[in-house]
Structures are given as structure tokens and as C-alpha cells.
Design a protein around this ligand. Structure first.
Ligand code: 8NA
Ligand code: MG
Ligand code: MG
Ligand code: MG
Length: 374
């Protein structure tokens, strides 16, 4: 395995930074953001670092949100227990939420935490299963916190099947809908793959994700959820733009992953409107995880108006510029990019201004040095 300390740190810190920087633009649903607006904000952040130097007490901290709050619980629980301990994980999620409920959690997930606390964790998976009349949440809240499990899997050499079991169990504490579970696994596996790939090869990367998700989606046939209003993506731009597309086969991760492959192999960077039409950048796992993977892969190449930025910076700025659930998508893309490029490509000024980045740096080191029993 190629995973180094630098790449462990890149994965965990990259996730925190995407969350913090992305959260500045989170409330702008439906509004156009674009590279220009994100760059004005980034330049302020960098300017602030120049003015305050590396003095921690003088920095203007950008607060992390639910993404980091929950990812930290995943990291700390896996380290403490040297593997998955479902009750401990559920307790950490819940206690973290009860301590700081104002971290921008999704609209419905609080019900799960309250129910877990009220029942003293009698049934770890029961409250999540009861969400939305038994359908479970399809939100991206499972995927947004799962990256540390991908990192941990490199520490203890988990194969794909074992990784899937772990990812599914962590996700199902709050999200039982099949799309949320599959989306979290896709994110988790993408982080693991980015960490262990020796040579950077974007086509090999996306091909492996497609092959893996073909198996996952085939195995879960019969569990698919029904169409969700407003989330249909058609194969034709006309249908998608008019909002009338209802082709069920497009409601799969494999469909989106194949679209990514097509986009990243074009000679020209696709127009933002086309990207947004296909990937949606929304709060569902199906709309957010492929969006994050696309942003990461497209940013391995030049991005318009970001010629002077490195690949990690491009990933974060480009993700945010496309709008929607900016903190979560930038966080997931940032974890994959950090795993791929390592900590060296993450600017010191970005780490300095992001609440929780230094703690993620320490956590990554602890995970990297963890002594496993066998
Ligand atoms: P969640 O499980 O509460 O789901 C989020 C929302 O998705 C729900 O409130 C519903 O509106 C909708 N939803 C999910 N599943 C179903 C279903 N089966 N039927 C109908 N509607 C459904 O939250 P989560 O943990 O998945 O988090 C998702 C996103 O919300 C994250 O990006 C997170 O950052 C957060 N978020 C918060 C804010 C904020 O400012 N508070 C803004 C955007 C996103
Ligand atoms: Mg968030
Ligand atoms: Mg948020
Ligand atoms: Mg979010």
C-alpha cells in the first residue's frame, strides 16, 4: 500500500477544510456562485493569514459544521476501539450533537439522535430505520462523515467487502435508505483508493469505482427506492432541463460515474450549467457524492480561471463554485484530493483558518501510528 502519513493527513485535513470553506456559501441555494466569488473569499482568508502570521489566538476562525463534527467522531471511535464499535460510535454522534446542536445538521437527523439518547441506545439502528415512514434518510449525512473509515481501512488492510460492512454500519446509525448507504460506501472506497494508488491515473480510478459500484448496485437490486420528486436526471439534456426526465436507470451511482468518465475525458472542461444539470450538487447522497468525485477528478486537469492554483486548491474552489450543498461536497472532494496529493498541497493559510484542521492533523498521525493487534 502506498499510503503515507502525508496522505492520511491530507485526507482528514482536506475534509475539514472543504467543510469550513464551503460552509461560507452553504445558504445560497439556487444562486449562482462561480469562481470569482469563491476567489474573493479565499483571498481574504489568505490575506488574513499574512496579517496575523501563524498566531493562533489572532486568527479569524471559520467554524466547522456537522460534516466535521461527525467525521471526528468516526475517527476517534475507530482509533479508540481499533475498529468499529457501533454503540460507541452512536454515542459519540449523539453526544456531539447534544453538546453543539447548532452545527448545521440536516433537517431530520436530530430526531435520530434524540431517540438514541432517550432509549439509552437500546437499538442502535432502530431510530434511523424509522425515519421518513420507514424509508430512511437518503441525505448525504452518511457520506459526509465516512472518509475517516476509508483512511482507517488502509491502516488495517481491510478488503473491499470488509470496508463495505464497516461503512454500511457506520452509515446506518443515522441513514438507512439504500442510496445513502451506497453513496457513503462510494465515498469511503474513493478515499481508500486514492490513498493506496501508487500512480495517479484518473481513468483507472474511475473505472475501479464503476466496477465496484456495478457489483454493489447489482447485489442490492430490489432494494432501490422509488423516484424522488425533483431529483430525476435524464440522459438527455432537454429532459433534464425541463425537469421531466424519469428514466430510473439514471438514478444510479453507476450512471453518474459513467458521466464523470465522459466529462473528464473531454478535451475541454464542461460548462458549469451542464455539470450542474447532471450532478445536481444537492443534499441527497446520489446528488452529492458523484458531484464530489467529479470535482476531484476534473481538478486534476486545469480549471478555467484557476490556472495559478495547485490541484488541491482547484478541487476545493471548483467544488464550492458549483453551488448547492457546498460544505459537504467540498468536504468529500477535499478528503479524496487530500488522500491523493498529501498534506503538502494544502495551503498553510487554509489550515490555519479552518476550525478543527490542526486536530485532524493530530488525529491522522494517531491513526497512522496505531498499533493493530494482528
Ligand atoms: P437528514 O437526514 O436530515 O436529511 C436532510 C433532508 O433531506 C431532510 O430534512 C429531508 O428534507 C430530506 N430527506 C432525506 N431523506 C428523505 C426521504 N426519505 N424522504 C423525503 N425527504 C428526505 O440530513 P443529513 O444528515 O443527510 O444531512 C444532509 C445535509 O444537510 C448535509 O449537507 C448537512 O450539511 C445538512 N445541511 C444543513 C444545512 C443547514 O444550514 N442547516 C444546509 C444544507 C445542508
Ligand atoms: Mg455541513
Ligand atoms: Mg453545513
Ligand atoms: Mg452540507
Amino acid at each position: 500500500m502506498a499510503a503515507s502519513l502525508s496522505r492520511f493527513q491530507g485526507a482528514l485535513v482536506g475534509g475539514v477544510i472543504g467543510d469550513c470553506l464551503g460552509s461560507e456559501f452553504e445558504a445560497l441555494w439556487g444562486q449562482k456562485i462561480g469562481i470569482g466569488k469563491v476567489m474573493s473569499f479565499i483571498m481574504k482568508v489568505e490575506d488574513d493569514y499574512v496579517k496575523t502570521g501563524n498566531k493562533k489566538h489572532r486568527r479569524n476562525l471559520i467554524e466547522f459544521t456537522d460534516d466535521t463534527a461527525m467525521a471526528r467522531s468516526v475517527t476517534k471511535s475507530l482509533i479508540q476501539n481499533r475498529g468499529l464499535h457501533e454503540r460507541d460510535m452512536a454515542k459519540r454522534f449523539t453526544e456531539e450533537y447534544l453538546r453543539e446542536p447548532g452545527r448545521g445538521y440536516g433537517g431530520s437527523v436530530a430526531t435520530v439522535f434524540r431517540s438514541l439518547a432517550d432509549t439509552n441506545y437500546a437499538d442502535i439502528y432502530g431510530p434511523a430505520r424509522a425515519q421518513f415512514d420507514g424509508q430512511g434518510s437518503y441525505g448525504n449525512g452518511g457520506a459526509m462523515r465516512i472518509s475517516p473509515a476509508g483512511v482507517f481501512s488502509c491502516r488495517c488492510n481491510l478488503d473491499m467487502q470488509k470496508l463495505k460492512e464497516m461503512s454500511d454500519k457506520i452509515t446506518m446509525i443515522t441513514h438507512s435508505n439504500i442510496q445513502a448507504i451506497q453513496g457513503a460506501f462510494l465515498q469511503c472506497y474513493a478515499v481508500q483508493l486514492a490513498l493506496r494508488m501508487e500512480k495517479l491515473d484518473t481513468n483507472k480510478f474511475i473505472d475501479e469505482l464503476i466496477t465496484t459500484m456495478e457489483t454493489v448496485e447489482k447485489e442490492s437490486k430490489g432494494h432501490e427506492c422509488d423516484d424522488r420528486p425533483g431529483t430525476d436526471v435524464s440522459t438527455t439534456t432537454d429532459d433534464a432541463e425541463s425537469g421531466t426526465g424519469d428514466n430510473k436507470s439514471t438514478q444510479t451511482f453507476c450512471h453518474r460515474l459513467n458521466k464523470i468518465k465522459e466529462f473528464i475525458n473531454r478535451d475541454e472542461q464542461p460548462q458549469d450549467t451542464e455539470v450542474q444539470t447532471v450532478f445536481k450538487f444537492d443534499i441527497s447522497a446520489l446528488d452529492a457524492v458523484p458531484a464530489a468525485i467529479y470535482c476531484f477528478l476534473q481538478s486534476t486537469k486545469k480549471i478555467r480561471d484557476l490556472e495559478d492554483r495547485n490541484e488541491f486548491e482547484r478541487t476545493i474552489i471548483y467544488s464550492i463554485s458549483l453551488g448547492g450543498d457546498t460544505d459537504t461536497i467540498a468536504s468529500m472532494a477535499g478528503s479524496i484530493a487530500g488522500a491523493w496529493y498529501g498534506i503538502e498541497l494544502i495551503p498553510a493559510s487554509w489550515q490555519h483558518c479552518s476550525e478543527g484542521a490542526y486536530e485532524a492533523l493530530k488525529d491522522a498521525k494517531e491513526m497512522f501510528n496505531l498499533k493493530m493487534e494482528n
